[in-house]
Write a protein that binds this ligand. Structure first.
Ligand code: ADP
Length: 803
């Protein structure tokens, strides 16, 4: 807006000024005119008083004059004015009274005039009355009465004259005042008119300036308007565009309305949901209160906002009053948490906004905790569950599992015990020792293991410098003697002092920080083989019943392993002795047997002289038995060679068919003797193998098939299967029970007891056959059913298959 142009309010005020001035002048003129009019009225009243009083005097004089004329002439016509005069005078007096109302002096004067008029008329009446009565006789009028009448009239005249003089005086003053007020009014009106003119001129000037300004402003305004018009055109264009947008908006609004309705419906649903949520929250609160997990809620500044009773218990375990932790920062309340896994993981859960779960061992509480950290709005919730028991059970089971595996892996039990001791050191103990009873009945520490390798030296030195008193009333010796474990949940300083031999001993024990201990016997098959000692130091656990049970189990498993190893060692020694014996014996038997066979041949050939038929038949029986015996000895020899790992394989390229045929030919007589038929369905195959061993295996299987069948047919068939060939011997014999199918391959094992057997044998045939087959890279297997027959199959690797 142009600043030179007066504002609308100002303009209104300024344009009203001349009008106000004109009004002022008019008002002054009006007041003055009213004053003049009022003065005029007063002049008129004075004139009226003068005229009325003059009329009153005139009527009084007329009446007197008439009365006088009547008195002189006795002519009643002269009484005419007199009669009318009294009423006119009364009338004039009334008028005068009205005119002088409010002016006491004048009123008083009128009263007096009225009194004089009344007295004068009374005199006149009396005189006229007397005249009528004495009309004829005497002159009716005395001079005194006339004089009195004259006096009254003079007084009346004087009074009226005074009255009129007063009014005339008033009139004169009024005129002066009137002139003054007319002059004053004209001066005031002129002055007001001049001021109004001046002001109007000034305002006009101001207005004209303002108008100039306004014109300039108007021009600017016009320019602006033109601009605006252009803009307006553009705006119109935009408006059109906006209209289309508005249409779009309308559509959107429609959508919004629909959405809004949907939202309203949703709001109703939300209200229901809110009620449900409140119920759920109450339920959640109850659940949290009863949750065995220690549950805490922290805000984004890590202040406690909720702690459930379980969490309160954990806090009091740390010596913290849970009722005072709310609104306090967890890291200030439990400073030892800083830098722990809990610290790291809670920060991570909050940072990555995801649930984090982990397990942690808290040495202060000697407890395992399973922690879940759940980010919530503005903070995190933590659930901590004490899983010590489960964890210890798991660790125990794992330890037993690992120990069993280690113990079963080797028969070198001293090494094994060391591994087991190392396993025990860790979760279960800080250090572990094993003492074993030796063959002389003495006790010896065989293993000592410590978490800290450096401390093993200390422990060994302790053992060397201060050998344990195995004869003492407690400790390893006592446990081995009695077979009963000893448990020391808390080893006190007093106990250490009592057990120390001297101050150095005590110092070493202090160095080892022994705090809790377990000594358990290692028992197997009723014999106590030694004792297992577990020791826990400062930061480790305090042993309880569950640890004792675990240690007992571990010790028992170790004892069984030691026992097995010891048994195995003896068995191995016995087996070696047996193999050596068998080899020597068979060799020693073979030599004389060969001599027997040789001499039998000489005799049969008649070298020593001719023999009759009976002698020849007896020699033939000797030969059969000798051959059988030789076969048995060969079998035993082969077994002892294979068993000792001394059997040698000689591989040649051979054909399968001829070997099968050869074996069948060899067992032919035996089959015939038992009334059995032999059938060969073999397909040929080329093998790179030891033909002698293949033949020996086939002979064993064929002779068993014949031995364990009464009649019928024995079939030999072969089947090539990928890179192996299977030769099966199918018999219709007695069969083998499923429970014995594997046992028959063990050396010296036979299905029936020797005493009840129908057929002879060593019980080595199948064992030797399988071992030989395996030496050749194949195997011998069996399928059989009792009373239905058996199928023994020899599989061998092939080089090339031939039809
Ligand atoms: P043996 O010298 O007793 O034959 P083997 O090792 O050859 O020793 O056989 C072990 C046992 O297996 C036999 O004693 C017999 O009980 C059983 N057996 C072997 N072959 C057969 C078969 N073909 N039919 C039934 N039983 C058999």
């Amino acid at each position: 807006m142009d600043p030179s142009l007066p504002g609308t309010a100002q303009r209104r005020v300024l344009s009203a000024v001349p009008a106000v001035l004109v009004l002022l002048v008019g008002a002054i003129a009006y007041i003055q005119a009213r004053n003049v009019v009022a003065d005029g009225e007063k002049v008129d009243r004075s004139h009226a008083i003068i005229e009325t009083s003059q009329a009153l005097l005139t009527r009084a004089v007329d009446a007197e004059t008439g009365q006088r004329a009547y008195l002189l002439t006795d002519e009643k016509t002269f009484l005419q004015p007199y009669r009318g005069a009294q009423a006119d005078i009364a009338h004039s007096l009334d008028s005068l009274r009205r005119l002088v109302r409010g002016e006491p002096d004048e009123s008083e004067r009128l009263n007096r005039i009225e009194g004089l008029v009344a007295e004068r008329f009374a005199l006149l009446d009396t005189t006229i009355g007397l005249r009528r009565v004495a009309a004829a006789a005497t002159p009716a009028v005395s001079p005194s009465r006339l004089l009195a009448g004259k006096t009254k009239m003079d007084q009346l005249r004087a009074l009226i004259s005074d009255l009129q003089a007063g009014e005339k005086n008033v009139l004169a003053q009024r005129r002066l005042a009137e002139q003054r007020s007319v002059r004053d009014a004209s001066i005031e009106v002129s002055a007001a008119a001049i001021i109004a003119l001046l002001l109007s001129a000034l305002i006009n000037l101001a207005f004209s300036r303002a108008l100039d300004d306004r014109d300039a402003a108007n021009r600017a305004l016009r320019a602006v308007n033109e601009d605006l018009e252009r803009q307006s055109e553009q705006l119109e264009l935009q408006a059109v565009e906006m209209e289309s947008q508005a249409a779009e908006l309308e559509a959107t609004a429609e959508d919004l309305r629909t959405t809004n309705e949907a939202l309203n419906r949703t709001t109703d649903a939300a209200e229901l949901a809110r009620v449900a949520a409140v119920t759920a929250q109450a339920r959640l609160q109850r659940v949290l209160e009863n949750l065995p997990d220690a549950t805490s809620v922290f805000d984004s500044e890590w202040r406690f906002t909720y702690v459930n009773p379980s969490a309160s218990n954990v806090l009091s375990g740390l010596g913290i009053d849970a009722s005072r932790v709310l609104d306090k920062v967890v890291w200030d309340v439990i400073p030892q948490l800083r830098g722990t896994k809990f610290h790291e993981e809670t920060l991570r859960a909050a940072r990555e906004s995801r649930v984090v779960e982990y397990e942690e061992y808290l040495p202060e509480l000697d407890s395992w905790m399973e922690n879940s950290i759940v980010p919530v709005t503005d903070g995190v919730m933590t659930f901590s569950r004490d899983i010590t028991r489960r964890k210890r059970e798991q660790q125990g089971a794992q330890l037993l599992d690992d120990a069993s595996r280690v113990l079963a892996s080797t028969l070198d039990y001293e090494k094994t015990l060391e591994t087991v001791a190392k396993l025990a050191v860790g979760d279960l103990a800080d250090w572990c020792g094993v003492d074993l009873v030796n063959s002389e009945g003495g006790v010896r520490q065989v293993v000592v293991s410590h978490k800290d390798e450096a401390k093993i030296k200390w422990a060994k030195e302790l053992n060397k410098r201060y050998p344990p008193d195995y004869a003492g009333p407690t400790g390893v010796g006592n446990v081995i003697r009695t077979g009963r474990p000893e448990i020391y949940p808390e080893i006190t300083e007093a106990m250490l002092i009592a057990g120390a031999r001297d101050s150095d001993h005590l110092a070493i024990m202090h160095e080892l920080q022994i705090k809790s201990a377990l000594v358990v016997p290692m028992i197997a098959r009723g014999r106590t083989l030694g004792a297992l000692t577990l020791i826990s130091t400062d930061k480790g656990r305090r042993y309880g019943e569950s640890d004792l049970a675990l240690a007992m189990e571990l010790a028992t498993r170790a004892a069984i392993a030691i026992d097995n190893a010891q048994l195995y060692r003896s068995a191995l020694a016995a087996s070696e002795a047996k193999s050596a014996f068998l080899a020597t014996m068979s060799h020693e038997l073979r030599t004389p047997l060969n001599a027997i066979i040789g001499y039998q041949s000489l005799l049969t050939e008649g070298i020593g002289g001719s023999l009759n038929q009976s002698q020849l038949a007896q020699l033939a029986r000797i030969r059969v038995s000798a051959d059988h015996l030789l076969g048995l000895i060969d079998e035993v020899l082969t077994f002892s060679r294979v068993d000792a790992g001394m059997e040698v394989v000689r591989r040649d390229e051979i054909q399968l068919a001829p070997i099968v045929k050869e074996a069948l030919t060899m067992v032919g007589p035996l089959a015939e003797a038992r009334g059995m038929r032999l059938k060969n369905e073999t397909t040929d195959a080329q093998l790179l193998t030891d033909s002698g061993k293949v033949r020996q295996i086939l002979l064993n299987l064929l002779s068993n098939a014949i031995k364990f069948s009464d009649n019928g047919e024995i079939v030999v068939r072969s089947r090539v299967n990928g890179d192996s060939v299977a030769v099966s011997i199918v018999d219709p014999g007695i069969g083998i029970g499923v429970e014995n199918l594997e046992k028959i391959f063990e050396p010296f094992w036979q299905v029936e007891q020797r005493s009840t057997r129908r057929v002879g044998g060593t019980g080595l045939g199948l064992s030797v056959s399988r071992r030989l087959a395996r030496l050749l890279g194949g195997d011998v297997s069996v399928e059989s059913r009792v009373d239905e027959g058996s199928t023994f199959t020899l599989t061998l690797p092939v080089n090339r298959v031939m039809n």
